[in-house]
Every structure is written in C-alpha cells, then in structure tokens.
Design a protein. Structure first.
Lengths: 419, 297
C-alpha cells in the first residue's frame, strides 16, 4: 500500500494533475476566508471590465497631495485618447482623403491631429459618404463616441462644487492634485470584472468551481457505486442475475445518455432542480460503462485459484468479494471514479449551458456562468471575455488534471504501459 | 513402437533400482470409502456447441489412499477436480462423500463439505491473495480449524510447526507477502496450509507442473509425508504418468472425459490394457536412450 502510493506519486503525470487539482481545490476552500462577498450579489450594472474601481464621490472627499509627475501630461493624453483611437482618427482622415502628412499617433503631434480632426469630422458628412472602412453604423457610432470624448479639453481647468445653493463652495482641482487610494472610502478591485448582473466574476467563479466539483464528486460517487455494485454482482454471481443486470445495462447503453439526461431534466422543471438532483441524475445515467468493465474484470478474477481457495476455506460471498475480488480491481475502480468525476463536471456544464442546469437563483455553477455569459452576449456584442474565458479555463483545467491523474495511475497500475 | 513385453521388463527393472514413494504392499480396498462417484457427468454449453467434459465416470477413493488421475490436457481432469471440490455441480450422476450422497445445496452444507476437502492448485503464483501476508494466510487456517481462542504463543507454535514440516523457516516468512517467495516455496507453503487444516481429502491439481524439476521431488515427498502422517486421502491430478507411478497407490487414466483404465498403480503401469495408457507410458522421456516418438498421435 505504502509502496503503491510512493509509485503513484513518482509518476510525473499523476503529480502534475494532482498539483493542478489541489491548487484549484485549495483556492475553492481558502478563498471564502478572504473575500466574504456573497457570490450572487450584484455589485454594479452590466459587464465591468477587470480593474480597480474608485468612487468619484469619495476621491473628492479625501485630502489631496501635491505630486509632480514628469510624464503626467503625456499619460493624461494617452489615457483620454489612447493610441488605438488616434489610429482610428488617422484611418478616418485618410479614408476621407485629407492630407495627413506629418501626423502620427505620438504625443508631440496630438494637438495637430485634434485640430485636423475637428476641421474635417462631421457626423452628417460621415453618414452620407460612407467612407471606405467606415461604412457600417457600428463604425460610425464609434467615431461619434470618439468625437464626443474629444470635445472637452483634456487640460481644461476643473472645479469641484460642494454643497448646494448659498452654501456651495467651489474649489479648483489642479492637475497636480493626487489622492491616496487607501484613503478613498470605497474602492473595489475586480480582478475578473463583473458578469452581466454586475456580480464579481472571481468570487462567483470560485463558488461555482466548488459547487461543480461537488456535483462531479457526488455524480461520480453515485455512478461508481452503482456501477461497482452491478458489476460485482453480475460478474461474481453470474447466471440469471448477470443476464438481467446486463440486459438493463444494455438498455442504458443503447439510449443515448445525454438525451436521456436532457429529457429527465426538462421533465423536472426549473424550480425542483437542485444541485443534488442534478448530481443524482447525472450519476444514475452514467454508471453503465463502469458496471460493464467491472463485470469483465470480476469474471476474469472469479475463477482464479485464490478465489477458489477462499471458497474452499468457507468464506462468505461478501467476504470473498470484499477481500479477494475488490482489492484486485480497486486501482481500476479508483481510475474509473476519477473519470466519472471529470465527466460529471462536464455533464453539469453541458446541461447548464443548454439552460437545463440547477435552479439559477440558488448557487452558481460553472455551467450556469457559461449560460449567463451566452444569454447576455458576453461572447458577441459585449465582448466581455472575463465573463466566460476564466470559466472555460477552469473547466478545462479540472478535466485536464483529473485525466492526467487517471493516465498517471494507469501507468502505475498497468505494467504494460510503463516506459 | 516397443512391445508390451519390452515395456513391462523395463519397468520391472526400473522398479528394482528405484525407491518408490508409495507403499506398494498396502491394500486400500478394505479401508472405508471416502469419496466415490457414479455416472458423474459434466456438460458445458457454449452457444450452440455442447462439450462433454466429463462423461459418466465411476470412481472409488478409499481413506488414506493416494490416487492419481492421469490424462493429457483437455481430457477433463480439471473439470472433474472442480466437481470433486464442489466448485462445480455435475450435470448428471452422483458423488458420495463418506458413503452418503454429497449434498452441497446450501451455503451451510457447502461449508461443512469444505471442512473435509481441500486443494492445492497448479499455479502457486495465482493461488494466494496478493494483499494478504503469509502470517494471515496461516492464521486463517488455524481459525478455520477452531483455533480462534488459542493464545498468540500457541498459534505461533502451530504456524512454526507447519512451516518446519515443509522445510520453511517461519521466522523468515513473517511479515512477507507470498509473492516474495519462489514458486517452490509458495507450493510448500500451500502444503503447510493443508497440514494445518488437516482435511479428510486433499485434491492436488497438478501441484508440480509449474515447479522446476528439483523442487518437484521435494513437493511430492512432502505430499507423501502428509498422507502418511495424517492418513488423509490424496487425489493427485497430473499429466505425467511417471510422477503418478512414483507417488500413487491407484491410478485412473482419463481420456476424452472417460476413465479408460483404472486400478492399482502396479497393474496399470505394468499391464496396461488401453492403448491410450500404453501411449502415455511410452511418451515418458528417457534420459539414457532415444525417445520413442512413434506413438505420438
């Protein structure tokens, strides 16, 4: 036993898979101790890109510090009109046929570029002429938004007015006024932004990973347990029991499992679909292959001499199965279990992605997050990669690590696969 | 092909120069019956083909007798041995255990029957549960024989005695797994097991066929010792008629599921009647003369 474990952990494949899986598991377990936020609490409105959000109101109510940054002006210019936008401006001017010699996206020529732009851009004109590359409405809308942003002067004097009516006081805000982020009462760091409901994607993702692992674990346990029981019984007892059990198993094999899953699921109705129901249904539709392979292994074992000797020793059926058969196929069962967990997680993700997942008001799952991202156009119109890409990555990593562990175990337990 | 006369003289010559394992002078027919069978048949159905593995065989095994069942591969020896062990039920015929019809219809009755019969199998490497240590294998036997309440020292002494009976040192075996031993050692440990269990009947299904020639003689002698010491009936199943002649009191020759010849070892080997027996005898390789292969069919 000790030796087997040692061998297992000496397998590089298993080790890599194990480390990845443990990292995911530890994150799921530890993260809630640092972030107490409810994963389904909406923080904002719509997709917010990853980053740190600081309250504008609070920044005006903190002390200011005078900081002279040498590149402050350049940075300000770059932040207000990024190089990408300047290139768009240049492209538009070029398409319109304006002379753009001497103009580029650098800060030195920025003011010249703005002047040329103001002289040449006209919304009605752009709509009428449909210049090459700017013929679509979306492109013209982009130009209009860009123009609106340019209409205010970047370096114009700014004042902040506090209070109302006669009490109102106005203070000038100098370009060299800084606030310390720590002093701002409300700042929010969203490493993965928010989803369409304005929920913190990272918190949601961690919770969803935990739930999905739980679903996979439960579904895998159920499938392995049923498969093992059926396989052992059919294989060891044989005869009519074998025929009946294999008949049932064959029926399950012939019916496409996923279709059956969808039918059962849609019959249940969204309200009664809990996480547990989800796991149980995935479990009871996916035990067949475990049962078949356990059965074939047991059949090859049942006529082995040590089993016959055990019978001659008068041991009971349960004891023979438990001590003379089960230990021999245990490695195989562990491997089957790992695969079942992996396919359970994937099955949940597939179902939820189709909108047949567990009740979406209770808890997030990886599949539900994908479904929300799909429904609210994160893939297309909103271009909010942070709402779906991390989910895909986590699903891929879980299934990759579990499969890696499985092949690693296979290599250890199956001598013919050793290098 | 050698004439029958030639074989006979040759065997008689050999007999004088060899010490036999078996005691040729004892008559077992007066001993009480241990295991007998009438019309025992086993038919296998695979799809549409029907195989008659054992075809209406009759046998009488007396107490303390060492019986060899000899036949080539596929002659039905192993099927017969499984039926004798109660692992398979005959499809036809009846087996009698101690003069009473054997009844193994329930688990309890099976358990009782198995108190009286034990086996040593062909392949020592697959005879052990690889997850159990040697100690637990032997302890299990003591517990089965009602030694559950014995003290640790008593159990230890019993295991030690059993091991020394088969020339193994128990001190070297404790905390080892069976697969750490050699094939010969494992088979000897099997005999130690039988020594502890002391059944009425021991069925040895080709116990030496996977063992090298040097260990073979040791194993055979241990089986004989075991028989002599405990008075158990030993059913020795083999394809090697030479071994059978060396060890047994009676020999049953099996061909295509039938006993073609049966009787005392002397009679069967020295006066073979069935052509199959003659063939088996002439098939035994000789070290000092060319091997006569003319009879090999």
């Amino acid at each position: 036993m000790k030796n087997t474990l040692k061998n297992v952990f000496h397998s590089p494949r298993f080790l890599v898979g194990f480390i990845i899986f443990m990292c995911i598991l530890l994150t799921v377990l530890i993260y809630p101790y640092f972030v107490h936020r409810d994963p389904l609490q909406g923080l904002g409105k719509g997709f917010l890109a990853p980053g740190t959000y600081v309250s504008v109101y609070d920044t005006n109510n903190t002390g200011t510090y005078r900081v002279e940054l040498p590149e402050a002006n350049d940075n300000r210019l770059e932040a207000s009109v990024p190089v990408k936008d300047r290139q768009t401006m240049l492209d538009f001017l070029k398409a319109k046929g304006t002379d753009i010699t001497g103009l580029d996206t650098s800060n030195e020529h920025f003011h010249e570029l703005i002047e040329v732009w103001r002289a040449n851009y006209d919304e009605a004109d752009a709509k009428k002429n449909k210049y090459e590359g700017f013929a679509t409405q979306a492109k013209r809308n982009e130009l209009r938004r860009l123009n609106n942003r340019l209409s205010s002067d970047v370096n114009a004097a700014m004042t902040v007015t506090k209070g109302e009516g006669d009490d109102a006081t106005t203070a000038a805000v100098a370009t060299s006024d800084y606030v310390k982020v720590d002093e701002v009462a409300n700042a929010l760091t969203l490493p993965l932004g928010t989803d369409n409901f304005g929920r913190d994607t990272l918190t949601e993702l961690v919770k969803a990973t935990g739930i999905s692992l739980l679903v996979g674990l439960l579904a895998g346990s159920i499938a392995t347990f049923i498969g093992l029981a059926v396989g052992l019984l059919a294989g060891y007892v044989g005869g009519v029991v074998d025929d009946v059990l294999m008949f049932i198993a064959n029926i399950f094999t012939v019916i496409p499992g996923f279709v059956l899953l969808i039918l059962i699921y849609s019959a249940l109705g969204a309200e009664s679909r809990s996480i547990t129901t989800c796991a149980v249904i995935i479990g009871i539709t996916s035990w067949v292959w475990t049962a078949r392979s356990v059965r074939s292994q047991v059949i090859s074992l049942r006529n082995r001499d040590h089993v016959n000797l055990s019978k001659l020793s008068g041991h009971s059926l349960i004891r023979i199965v438990a001590t003379d058969i089960l230990p021999y196929i245990m490695s195989y069962v562990v491997m089957a279990f790992i695969l079942q967990v992996s396919s359970g997680i994937l099955a949940e993700a597939q179902l939820s992605m189709l909108g047949l997942g567990p009740n979406p008001n209770e808890l997030p799952t990886l599949g539900l997050m994908m479904n929300w991202a799909k429904l609210f156009g994160a893939y297309t119109s909103s271009n909010a990669w942070w709402a779906y890409f991390p989910v895909i990555l986590v699903i891929a990593l879980i299934s990759f690590s579990l499969n890696l562990m499985n092949t690693g175990l296979d290599q250890v337990f199956n001598p013919t696969l050793r290098d | 092909m050698k004439t029958d006369e030639a074989i006979k003289t040759e065997l008689q010559d050999t007999r004088e120069s060899v010490t036999f394992g078996a005691d040729r002078n004892k008559d077992f027919s007066q001993e009480p019956m241990c295991l007998s069978g009438r019309g025992v048949t086993r038919v296998f159905h695979t799809g549409k083909t029907t195989t008659v593995a054992v075809d209406h065989v009759d046998f009488d095994f007396h107490r303390g007798e060492l019986i060899s069942i000899v036949g080539e591969s596929g002659s039905g020896k192993t099927t017969l041995s499984k039926m004798l062990l109660g692992l398979l039920e005959p499809t036809e015929g009846q087996i009698f255990f101690k003069d009473k019809p054997r009844d193994i219809s329930t688990n309890q009755k099976k358990k009782e029957y198995w108190q009286g019969i034990q086996a040593i199998f062909q392949d020592p490497f697959s005879s052990y549960n690889i997850f159990h240590k040697i100690d637990s294998v032997l302890l299990d036997c003591i517990n089965m024989r009602g030694g559950k309440n014995k003290s640790k020292e008593e159990k230890f002494a019993m295991m030690k005695e059993a091991c020394s009976f088969v020339n193994l040192k128990f001190e070297e075996l404790t905390n080892k797994y069976p697969f750490e031993l050699s094939g010969g050692q494992m088979q000897r440990l099997m005999i130690a097991r039988i020594f502890l269990l002391k059944p009425d009947i021991l069925l040895a299904d080709e116990p030496t066929s996977m063992i090298d020639a040097c260990s073979r003689a040791t194993i055979l002698d241990m089986l004989l010792n075991l028989r002599n010491e405990t008075g158990m009936t030993v059913i020795f199943i083999t394809h090697d008629i030479g071994l059978a002649y060396y060890i047994s009191d009676s020999i049953y020759i099996m061909e295509h599921g039938k006993f073609v010849e049966a009787g005392k070892a002397e009679d069967v080997i020295l006066n073979p009647k069935a052509p199959y027996t003659k063939r088996l005898i002439s098939d035994v390789p000789k070290i000092h003369e060319p091997w006569d292969l003319s009879t090999v069919g």
